[in-house]
Ligand binder design. Sequence first.
Ligand code: NAP
Length: 934
Amino acid sequence: MTHNTNNSVSISVSDEESNENRIRARTRRKRKKPGHRTTSELPRYFLRLFLRYWIVLVFESTRIITKSAKLKKSPDSIPNKKNEGNLNRLDPTTKVISGVRQRCLKLLPPEELEHLDILERKDSSSPVKKLVYLTGTDSSSPVRVNGTTRFNLFTGNQTFAERENSFQVSETVSVHCGFFNENGGFRIKDEDKKFMQSCQVVVSTCAFGGGDNLYQPVGMSKASTQKVCYVAFWDDVTLATQEAEGHKIGENGYIGKWRIVVVKNLPFVDQRLNGKIPKMLSHRLFPEAKYSIWVDSKSQFRRDPLGVLDALLWRTNSVLAISEHGARSSVYDEAKAVVKKHKATPEEVEVQINQYRHDKLPEDKRFNGKKALCEASVIVMEHTPLTNLFMCLWFNEVVRYTSRDQLSFPYVFWRLKGLKKVNTFPVCTRKDLVNSMGHVRKAKPLVYLQGMNDAQKSGGGKSKSLTARRLVTRCFSSRPLHVCIVGSGPAGFYTADKAHEGARIDIIDRLPTPYGLVRSGVAPDHPETKIAINQFSRVAQHERCAFYGNVKLGSDLSLSELRDLYHVVVLAYGAETDKDLGIPGESLGGVFSAREFVWWYNGHPDYSSLKPDLKSSDKAVILGQGNVALDVARILLRPTTELASTDIATHALSALEESSIRKVYLVGRRGPVQAALTAKELREILGIKNLHIRIKETDLSVTPADEEEMKNSRARKRIYELLSKAAAAAGTFEGDCGQRELHFVFFRQPERFLESDESKGRVSGVNLEKTILESVGSGKQIAVGTGEFEDINCSMVLKAIGYQSVPINGLPFDHKKGIVPNVRGRVVSTEPGLYVCGWLKRGPVGIIATNLYCAEETVGSISQDIEEGGVGKSEKEGSKGLMQLLEKKEVKMVDFSGWEKIDAKEKQMGIDRNKPREKLVTWEDLLAAASADS
Ligand code: NAP
């Protein structure tokens, strides 16, 4: 990113802080030195120090004396509760700048504050003149129920394309910004609304779910008391909690200075998200207000609001003022911290950060000279079309991704190019604005309360998940849309999660177990990737959703039968076979596809009896250098003690324990710059203990075309650097008997598989042709054979050159690309109502989270077709018809409760072996467990 040096961005405060940091660093260095000085030098040294810092010493001692005197005088400021030690403090926060201690918030003197008026400003340079807030109705704009995206009637169903458009600045911008439908929740009484419409300057806060007390604002001028509204938003739970503690709302609607507005029908299950409505949408709640100051519930606002507007907006010519983050600077570091502190799931953070990386949000730690990362416990803003748009975009991001608003702030700030006048103030200024009190108690999630009857509230009643389910499904239409999704992997479940609110969804799978690739494809030593299962199982438990396993499309049911039963059929059955090399010897014993090997160690019932020979030699060759290749290499090379506590199938663990494979050759037809790996996975394998990495130095030399590729892709560059570093670290190691080795072999393509002389029909090696790269335009280079050949001897070859989807009868199929031809998920050349998602739609590339966007696109197409009347008009039988058909055909389907029995049994068996689960690996065992009496 190019740094914008626009002068209108206020930067002076941050510069001071960096000065302070420099002084601090210097002072610390000096402190260390006396130990090294001679005794005669010391008095002179201290004298010099005293002369330099005497002002600070005098200021500091006066401050300490005054502070302790104040504490003695004011009984209010003596902490009577542990968390109230900060309450009512008015002392300024200061810092040392050029040897002089100064105040962090430069307010006008008290007498001038009394005469401060609300500044009327017109910014004719703003690129946005008018904001149009999108609204819609239930039927005209299908809205998703809560799930990953959390879109609902309050937010409206913002598509990804609409999100993209919303960042494009023009004179008039139409944007989703909450309050989409009047039935969307966040209901406020008319008399409160009337009051809110009267506010020109507002200080607001909120406490939902009973969390946090209300702290009375202090430090305001008399003038501000007249001109500023203080509004606290509560829900019924906070109201009850506060009343129970004796804090009753007066007849005038106030408690102290705060006007309490009790909000009904909070739109989100997640209370953090409900809290974002008053925080980010103050321009919508206070349509007449010119300015607002947001203060979060764990802080006491302790300054004059007009003085704050003057200091942070008017004098700095800013429209938005927000604090720099106290600890970190980069959004990517913050993402790691969010996961580490369990503030959001790794998966949802990954989705958000992947999107930001994909959009090329720079890793820069500073924008316009300020930290990119902010901390939004206090937000000071002028309500202009541009700042209002910023807030809408920010709100939409926290709904779409995680509710950690510090993750989305830098992104929205970066994308909304027109917003320049932002005053990012240092942490010490934030400390001057508020007394930080910390949270008093945890807010109760909405789900427990709204769905509970009295019996449940008092301890009896149904489970939490049932309550949640009821909440999610309360608004089905009377004639539902019948949807069948074929395939219960990530693409299938994300489609179900995002599907139309009025839809009844049946997910069928040929296996008796759900979750597809997450269960059978993800490596056992990657449990964090399997977290997605929690979300998928919540989807499967919705009342609108059913899982039917052990039902095979193509043999148990035909596509036309399914289409007769359902308005919408979404094919999301992935890629269950492999690309072929088409070279001699491919069918020799010992040549497997990586998929077969993966299914074997993951206990897939089709491959549990694979029996790869891991004992005949110490060498295995893997063809291909993608992430699947890395997965299988890692499983072959990782110490088995590290695999024993994973959910790896026991037959695989035993075979690996006895394995004599010590040298794995990872063969790529192109070079280190083109390897299809990702950095995280590469780092992981390079980090395996006692694994020796071999890379030929000659393979690391790069051509100008390689340089160009790296220039265009940071990811490519990083892979190359990691490989170069690993090669350098390996040094001149000659090999050692028993040492595990991973050889990266570049610029070699398989020519034929060699047959063993001793053991006919079995592989004994691979013949490889050396290659060079040839540019084919648009920066791409392909491998071309040189006519030079060499062999690698081995007893096992795994082809990791890509998965492939399988066509079914009646389905158009592009055999070259291995996909169903489609336009944004709509299958072409068929009657409307047939869709695809996942690898079947776009080919076998991408991580699990990629399916989220893929599903969003397919669901978008379905919604559009329904709206336009092409789909969903006729009567369909849906599940009822499916059940009758399966019964007639004597197909013994396994429903979700059957899977839950399998799941319980596997987990139980896992306990005995100290594993998360011991997978049932045969069809017989799986079906028996599913039908066992519970
Ligand atoms: P991939 O990423 O497409 O890699 C395929 C590899 O096979 C490439 O090195 C490719 O080389 C090579 N190849 C293809 N055809 C070949 C041929 N005829 N002869 C020689 N080499 C050939 O596929 P994948 O490894 O199966 O992975 C599939 C997707 O799943 C990827 O998007 C991957 O990132 C993802 N995945 C992710 C994870 C993870 O995040 N941990 C784990 C597993 C899989 P060229 O580049 O020269 O074509």
